[in-house]
Each structure stands twice: as structure tokens, then as C-alpha cells.
Ligand binder design. Sequence first.
Ligand code: FRU
Length: 920
Amino acid sequence: MIIRFLVRFWLCCSVYAGVGGLAGCTRAAPKRQYTIGFSQCTNGDAWRQAMLAGMQKELSFHPEVRFRMKDARYSSALQEQQIREFLKEGIDLLIVSANETEPVTPIVEEAYNRGIPVVILDRRTTSKLYTAYVGGNNVEVGQTAARYAAGLLGERGQVLEVLGAPGSSPATDRHRGFAQALAGYPGMQLVARVNSNWERPSVLARLPAVLRQHPEVDLIFAHNDRLALGAYQVCKQLKRERQVRIVGVDGLPGPHGGIQLVQDGIINSTLLYSPGGEEAIRTAMRILQHQSFEKENPLSTMVIDSTNVLTMKLQTEKLSSQQQDIQRQQRLLQQQRATYASQQTVLYVLAAALLGAAGLGVLVWRAFRANRRITRRLALQNEEIRAQRNQIQDFAEQARVETEAKLRFFTNFSHELRTPLTLILGPVEEMLTSGPNLPAAQRHDLGLVRRNAQRLLQLVNQLMDFRKIDVGKMPVRATEGNLVAFVREIMDVFERPARQQGIRLRFLPAEPALPLWFDANVLDKVFFNLLSNALKFTPEGGQITVSMQRVPAENAVRVSVEDTGRGISEQDRAHIFEWFYQGQQSVAKGSGMGLALALGLTRLHQGTLSFTSQPGRGSTFVVTLPLELPQELKSMEAVAPVNLGFSVEEDLLPALRPEPEAAVSGSEALVLVIEDNPEVNAFLVQKLRPHFQVSAAFDGARGLELAADSIPDLIICDVMLPELSGLEVVARLKSDWRTSHIPVVLLTARGASEQQVEGVQAGADLYLTKPFNPTFLLESIRTLLSNREKQREHFRRELSVSTATVAPQRVDQKFLADLTAIVEANLSRSELNVEDVARSLGISRVQLYRKVKAVLGTGVTDFIQGIRLTKARQLLLSDELTIAEVAYQLGFSSPSYFSTSFKARYQVSPSEFRALHTTA
Ligand code: FRU
């Protein structure tokens, strides 16, 4: 809208200025500029000034003309010089009023010959080389004067002539015309001539003498009115003013002009001689504008005397006032023009400003539209980006979920790998350790199988560790230990393979012992992986140096593993700590997990792992561990190394397997195996049968049944059982007093330590991760059974002193308390037997037997007998009952059987016992 208005307004202004403009005048095509030079013979009299005024009046119609006048002040030499100056300065047209004809002619001809138009005004040169002439006919002026004089004097009289300056054309011509015409009147005589310089003083000086010489002169013809006035004054001086008539030339209006002189009766008449300024400019302009013009432009003359002077005066005054009006109007016009010009300038400025504003407006408008377009586009792009972002987020979430699922699958898959590994490693292990007569070739092959299965196991373990670190479930449980000894132990493992590969292994601890809080399980993997890596990449004849020192400035300890291997290439450097990254050179040398795991575990341990490497010269890995660990990472209990069944270094050390200890015969002990995998179940049974009595169950419920029925000496239970989990089985076993005493070994592929804790919390006595080393399992079973034996001893001792000391804190202790209470309540019954007690407890005789045997290591009858004899000691200490009465009260069939039994147990007879204690 605004733009349209501005454009319309501008168009209106343009049209208005173009068609009429503010001054209402038609705009013509711009006029050419002209310079007119005017060489004036003199500017010192009123006639010449009237000439100039006329020129200027006419020039006021030609603002395009630059007009310049030079005043020669009656000097022909000066006039020539001034015309030369004009030529030099450059003029388009020359107007000349020659002071004298002869001297000025050459320079005027030169100007003409140069192509400059020449307008001769009033006074001529001798040459015909001019463009135009403007001025009165001076011969005619002279003739008219002569005729007038003749008429005035009745054609009879003496005449005196006062001439203009000699050498000037008007003087010459007027005289010629006057003399010629006068000759036509025989009665008229030109008696004397007086030369002048056109000005009055020259007359005043010369005329008196001549006039005195001619006392009869009737008339003086003066060549201009100024000379005529001088002549009158001379006549007056000589008192001849009434006698001598005077005729002048020019007829100027104004107070001192010829018309006034006529009217005042000072002179008789004057001949009109127009200055011709206007006409000269008009002619010059026609020449300059290439319009037709007359070469000769004579100005007419007439006689002004007493007969017409008034009319002339009135006319000239009127003319003069009109002239003044015109001039005033011209001035007004000029002012208006100036105003118009300035207004025009203002208009132009305004128009330009308006145009500029309109232009700016257009720009602003376009910018606004562009801006709106861009904003709209940006909004669209924004929307697109938002949609893309949402999409990316969705993808990311989907990817996360998928990755999570994959990792879960991955981890579970790894778990699953442990079971077959158990079934591979177990028999192999068995064959290698229990077959001393194995042929060398078979031993070698089996070693190969074991090594590779162990390698696979190591991978599985590392994968599991990766997952644990990844989900933040790898705990750090630091205990205080000697890091030097710890690292040395790990290095010992590498001693032999290094030697076999011709690699020198050096350990340079800065101090002999370095006490530090650290998690052996975590750091074991870190250093093992670094050493393993060094060993892999160091060639024969190389060297691996492990050094260790404190860094007090960092409050840390630094362990560096330096090798002389081939180093790490430039392109591998940025990636060697990435999971599953296999460098360009390390293909087939590793899983791509060792270093990543080492870094993850070091960080977990609040440490840093860095490396430097020189390709071709070796690498150094530096582990920096803090001397102080946060409290929450410290474990107050000694944490046993997580037993993986097989040490990961076995693939490096096939010959280092310890020989199993000779199997201790435990054939009396009953071991119950609860394992759902038939192969593992069978494997376990097979492994245990040579050493124990073994029964097997394939699910938790059946396991519990068997446990309650047979009260085994030890139960091996898998955690991952269908329906009833291993943890639940343990919990139930431990809460049932019949089975609560039985040691339980939990067996699982799930190695996470928190699961181990869970298992132990449920009551498991040992937690073994698959795949397990059968030898280790056997040893563990033996240890648990021997611990159980010690416990029995403890219970027996407690019972032997007092049943009251048996605190019912544990299920076993409660069972003992219940059993004791039943027996004590039935002590007087001699026929009390195992059957009765079992019935009272709600279990079978066999169950009771096995339970008592398991908890106390004795038979039920022995237990009842023990209670009777203990009670006997109490009764014997008081005198209330006789020995026989004590015997019957405690259900002994006879006093002698009581005495025999008592003596057998306490080495003294009841009577001796009573005598001893009562006396005391
Ligand atoms: C003025 C004047 C006039 C005379 C004319 C002749 O300078 O003397 O009075 O008519 O010159 O050129």
C-alpha cells in the first residue's frame, strides 16, 4: 500500500514539474550559454549609461548570456588592448563602440576574421568586416540639423559648428551631413568650427575666443547636448545667449538631458539620437541564435524643439515609467525565478529524497518479504529437523533397546557356553590329572583341547566382565595387601611361557613391599591382560620389564609394563582401548577385549591406564593406582579370589597344572546332586562316585524330597533349576531342621559376585561357578565335610555339659533342644527307644538316625544314653535319691546296668561320683 502511494506521488510530482512546474512556466530545452563582450569607448556620460541600461534591460530576457563590458575611457589604445583580452578570454560575440575609427579597426577585423560575430554600435570602424551595425545615421543627423538651422534662420545667417572628438565616426559623419545640407542654402554660412572631445569643458575652453572672433554668429550646431549646454554657457558669458540659437544632439530624457534643455529654453532644439542598447543586444541574440538579421540597423532621428518638446517629454517620461515598471517587473520576475530556482532545487531535493525513501521503502518491503519467506522456510526446516530429531531419538531408543536385547542375549549366551565348557574341561582335566600312563601323543592332544577350551573360557569370562562393567555391576572390594607380592605372583605365572618363547621377564619394584588397598580380583585381570598382551607382541629375544614405584606428587603408585615388541601403529593408537578393536597388525592375536577390559577395570579401581609406543621399538603401558581408595570400595572382610574353576592363564601354562591330592576315602558320606542338565548331572555323579556315595535329582522338588528322606552329608545344587530355583532349595533345606545341618554347594554359570552373595545369604556353604575344576570341587567337599565333623564335636561337647547351654539360635540347635526335651520327658521309661523319639518328632527312625548322626556324629541310642547319664550326674549330686532310685528314675533296667554304663562313661561308679562330690 505505502509503496503504491509513494510511486503515485512521485509520478504526480514529476508530471507537474515536467509540464508546468511550480512557477507555471513552460520548461524549454536547456539554453546554450553565451558570452558577449562589449567594448565601450567610454561609460562616463548619461547617454552611454542609457545605452548600458538598455542593454541590460534586454539581457534580462536572456539569462543564458554572460555579459561583460570593458570601458576604454576615450583611449583607443586601451580599447584595442581590452578587445584583445576579450579574444583571449573567449567570447561568442563582440559589440564595439569604437573610440576612434582608424586605431580600433585592425583589432575589430581580427576578431571578425577569427569567426567571432562583431556588432558595431554607434561609432564605426573604417572596415566593412563586421557582422551588423546598430546606430543612428549620423550623416542624416548632420543634414537634419542643417535643414532645421536654415528653417530657423530663414535660410540666412552665420553658423558655428562644435564638433565631436576628431577621428570618431559620429563627429566625421555629422559634420559631413551638416556641411553638405548647409551648402544647399546660399544664405547660410558655416563661419567657424570648434573641435571638442565630446565633453562640455572642452567647449568652455575653446569656444569663447572663436565666438568673439565671430560676433555675427546666429546659430551654434553642437554634436551633442552636453557640448550644446557648454556653448550656451559661453554665449551667456558673452551676453549673447538671446542672439545665438543652439542646436544639440542626443535628445536624452531626464533632468540634464537634451529634452529638458529644450524645454528650459537653454537650447533651441536637439536631434534625437538613440543609444540603441536594446537593439544591439536584440541583434546580437539573433546572430548567436542563428536567426535572420539585418546587417545595417539604422536608428531614426527627429528634431525636438519647443513645438514637440512637451509631448516628447511626456512620452519619454511615460516610456521611462513604463521602463521602470518593466524593470521592476523584471526584478520581480528575477526574484520569482530565483525563488522558483530555489524551490525547484528544494523540489528536486525533496523529489530525490522521496525517490530515495521510496527506493528504501521498496528495499524494506522486499527485505520484509524475503525475511518472511526465510522465516517460513526456517520454520519448515525447524519442523523437519524436529521431526528428524524425534525420528533419530526413536531410532536411538530402538537401537538402545535392540543393543540391550543383543547384549542380554550375548551375556546369556556366554553363560550358556560355560556348561558345555564344563563338560569339555572336566573330563579333559580328569584324564590329564588322573591318567599318569596316558600316551604322550594323547596327553599332548588333550593339553591342546584343554588350552583351547580354557581360551574359550577366558573369552567368555572377559565378555561377562565387559557386560558387568557396561551395566555398572562390577563391584570393587578392596582389601589391604602387598602390591609388590601380588604383581610378582602374577608374573610368576608368565615366567615359564616367557622362558619358552626366549623372552626375558624382569620385575623391578622400587621398594620391596608396597602396602595398598586393592581388589585382587580386579587388578589380577588388569595385570594379567597387560602381561599377556606384552607376551603376545614381543618377539623372541625380547624383553618385558615390569616396574613399580610410588608417585608421591600424585599420591599414587605406578606400575608399568614395558615390552620390546613391534609397538603400536599410528592408526591403531586411537582405538586400542576400544572394545573388540583388533588393530591392523594384531589380527589373530587377540579378542580385542584384553586392553579394553584392562582399561575398564583400572578405571573401576579409580586408576588410569595409558601407554606410549615407538613403532618397531616397543610399548609401555602404565597403570596408575591411587594410594587411597574411597571408603565404600574397601571391604572389611577378606575377599577370596573369585574361583573360576580354571585359572585363565592355563592356556599359557599347560604344564603348570597342580597334580590332585590323593583322594581321601569318603565312601561313607552321602552326597546328593541336584542338577537339571543330565550331562552335567551325570558328570558330577561320575566324578563323585569314586569318593562318596552319590544320589541324584534333576529338579529342586525331588532334591528336597531326597534330602529329607536320606539326610545326605552334603548337597551339590545347581542355581538355575526349573521351577524351584537353587536358591529356594537352599533356603528350604536350611529352614527344615531335618536338613538344616547339611552343607550345600551351589553350582552355577552365573558368576556375578552379588549372586554369590545371594547364594551365601540363602544359606549355601560354598558357591562355585561353572565350569568348575572337579579336583577343586572334590577338595571343597572334603573341606566342608571335615568342618561339619568339627561342628559335631562342638555340639557333642555342649550336650555333654548341659542341654541348657544349647541356644536355639540355629535350626540344628533347635532340633537338638527339641530332641533333648523329648528324651528328658521320657527318661524314666526304660523301654524308650529310637522309634518312640522319631515318632514324637514326626520323622522316621532312619531320618532321626541320620540327622543325629550328622549333627552329633553318634547314634540316637547313644544320644539317649548320654542324656540319661548326664541327668544321673545331676541327681547323684543331691542325697534325695538312692543310687538304685536314680537308676530306675532314669529308665535303666537295673542299678547294675546303670553303674556299668556310668563307669564306662565317667570312669567312676555312681557311688564313687556321689562320694567324691558330696564330700567336697
Ligand atoms: C556620448 C556621445 C553622444 C554622442 C555620441 C556619438 O559619448 O558623445 O553624446 O551622440 O557619443 O558617438
